[in-house]
Design a protein around this ligand. Structure first.
Ligand code: FAD
Length: 385
C-alpha cells in the first residue's frame, strides 16, 4: 500500500474539512448535512450513479422527515406507503399484522441518485468511479487519502464504505469471525401484491422480502446462508428451486412474476455484527460501523440516524469546541445508546425466526396475540428523527 500511495500525486493543495469514503445512503446523508452547515466535504464512490444495489428497499417511516429535511422530494415520487405486514412460514402459514409505524418502498437506484444530486447541489465534491485505496494519518488532524484518481487531504475522515471492510481499515491481525456468512439476492419484478403491504417469507436459513417500490416495480430480495448456495452447486436458480420454492408463497412469486433484471443481482460474504465506531483515526458510520440483519433492524434507517448523530458531533468539532479524542468518545457513546437495544432485539427476533418448526409455531402463536406481535415489530423500528 505504501509504495502505491507514494506513486500517486496530490490532486490539489486544498485540505478539505471532511473526506467521506463511500457514496451510499449513509455517506450521502452525512455529506449533505455537513455541507448544509458550510463544511467542505469531498466524497469518493467506487461505482457510479444511478446503480441498483442489493437491498430490500423498505424504509421505516422514522426516516421520512429526515429525508424531507435533506431535500429528497418524497411527496412527489408517488411512493407506496406500507402499513400492512405478512410473515409466512415455510409450512405455508401466514401471520398478518398492521405495521404500527409503517414505512415506504423506494429503490436504491432512485434514492442514492437523488441524494447524490442534492449533495452536489450543496457543494459536496463527489468523485464517482473513484476507489479509495489507502488512508494515512500523516499528522494531527491531517489525513492523506489515496484513491484510484489521485490523492487528497482532509482534517477528518469518515469511513462509510458499507459492509465490506477495505484492507487499509482492517486490523493487522484479523481474528476469524464466528458469525455466519450470508448471501443476498435481489430482483425487480412485476407481480400481484397490494401496494400497502410488505411480505416476509421464511426460507431455510433466511427470509425473502417483497414490497412495491417506485416506478411501478416490486423489489424481491432475499438473504440466506452461503452454504445453501454452495450445496446447490453455486447456481442461484437451482438454489431457488430447491430451497425458496419450499415455501408455497415464494414458489408463487418466483414462478408467476415478470422478472425485470436480465440476471439476479447478488452479493456474498455478508456478516452481521457491530464493528466499532472508529478505526485507525477514522470515524465509522452506516454498515461500516456494523450491520444488523435487515429483518430485525431497518439498516437504512439506522445508517441515516447514525449519519445525523455523527454530523451533529462533527459540527461541534469544526466549531473548535471539542478535540478529536472527545469527538470519538462522544460518538461511540451516542452510537451505543441509540443502537444497542435495537441490535439486542434483532438478535432475539432472529432467534425466534431461526428454524423451520420454531418459526411456524412462533407465527401460529403470535396470530392469537396481536398486541405482542405489534410490540415485537415496534422493537425493530425507532422513533422519528
Ligand atoms: C439483503 C439485504 C437486504 C436489506 N434490506 C433492507 C431493507 O429492506 N431496509 C433497510 O432499512 N435496510 C436493509 N438492508 C440494509 C441496508 O442495505 C444497509 O444498512 C444500508 O445500505 C447501509 O448504507 P451504507 O451507506 O452504510 O452502505 P452502502 O449503501 O453499502 O454504501 C457504501 C458505499 O461505499 C462504496 N465503497 C465501498 N468501498 C469503497 C472504496 N474503497 N472506495 C470508494 N467507495 C467504496 C460502495 O460502492 C457503496 O456505494 C439490507 C441489507 C441486505 C444485505
Amino acid at each position: 500500500m505504501k509504495s502505491l500511495s507514494m506513486e500517486i500525486p496530490l490532486s490539489s493543495n486544498k485540505v478539505f474539512n471532511c473526506a467521506i469514503l463511500g457514496g451510499g445512503l449513509c455517506c450521502l446523508c452525512l455529506a449533505i448535512q455537513l455541507a448544509q452547515q458550510g463544511i467542505d466535504v469531498i466524497l469518493f464512490e467506487k461505482n457510479s450513479y444511478p446503480q441498483h444495489k442489493v437491498c430490500g428497499e423498505y424504509i421505516s417511516m422514522e426516516s421520512w422527515d429526515f429525508l424531507i429535511r435533506l431535500g429528497v422530494p418524497l411527496h412527489d415520487l408517488n411512493l407506496p406507503e406500507i402499513t400492512q405486514l405478512g410473515i409466512s412460514s415455510e409450512n405455508g402459514f401466514m401471520l398478518n399484522s398492521r405495521l404500527p409505524m409503517g414505512g415506504f418502498g423506494i429503490s436504491r437506484y432512485s434514492l442514492d441518485h437523488i441524494l447524490c444530486q442534492i449533495a452536489r447541489a450543496k457543494g459536496v465534491v463527489v468523485h464517482e468511479n473513484c476507489k479509495v485505496l489507502d488512508v494515512e494519518n500523516i499528522q494531527e488532524s491531517l489525513f492523506e487519502i489515496t484513491t484510484s484518481q489521485g490523492k487528497h487531504q482532509a482534517q477528518i475522515v469518515c469511513g462509510s464504505y458499507g459492509k465490506y471492510t477495505p484492507n487499509f481499515a482492517k486490523p493487522s491481525v484479523e481474528t476469524p469471525t464466528k458469525h455466519p456468512n450470508y448471501i443476498g439476492v435481489k430482483y425487480h419484478i412485476q407481480t400481484d401484491l397490494v401496494a400497502n403491504r410488505i411480505e416476509l417469507h421464511n426460507l431455510k436459513d433466511g427470509y425473502c422480502g417483497i414490497l412495491k417500490v417506485d416506478n411501478e416495480r416490486y423489489c424481491l430480495c432475499y438473504l440466506t446462508k452461503a452454504s445453501n448456495l454452495q450445496q446447490s452447486g453455486n447456481d442461484i436458480k437451482a438454489m431457488e428451486h430447491a430451497i425458496l420454492c419450499e415455501n408455497p408463497f415464494l414458489k408463487k412469486y418466483l414462478t408467476q412474476s415478470t422478472f425485470l433484471f436480465e440476471k439476479p443481482l447478488a452479493i456474498s460474504n455478508i456478516y452481521f455484527y457491530p464493528k466499532g465506531t472508529s478505526i485507525n483515526g477514522m470515524l465509522m458510520v452506516g454498515d461500516a460501523a456494523g450491520a444488523i440483519t435487515p429483518v430485525c433492524g431497518n439498516g437504512m434507517s439506522m445508517a441515516m440516524r447514525a449519519s445525523k448523530l455523527l454530523a451533529e458531533l462533527l459540527l461541534v468539532y469544526f466549531e473548535g469546541k471539542c478535540t478529536q479524542e472527545a469527538l470519538k468518545t462522544q460518538y461511540s457513546r451516542a452510537w451505543a445508546s441509540s443502537f444497542n437495544r435495537r441490535i439486542q432485539a434483532g438478535q432475539y427476533i432472529q432467534h425466534l425466526l431461526g428454524k423451520k418448526t420454531s418459526t411456524h409455531l412462533a407465527l401460529k402463536t403470535l396470530h392469537y396475540f396481536p398486541a405482542i406481535t405489534q410490540k415485537l415489530i415496534g422493537l425493530t423500528h425507532g422513533k422519528a428523527f
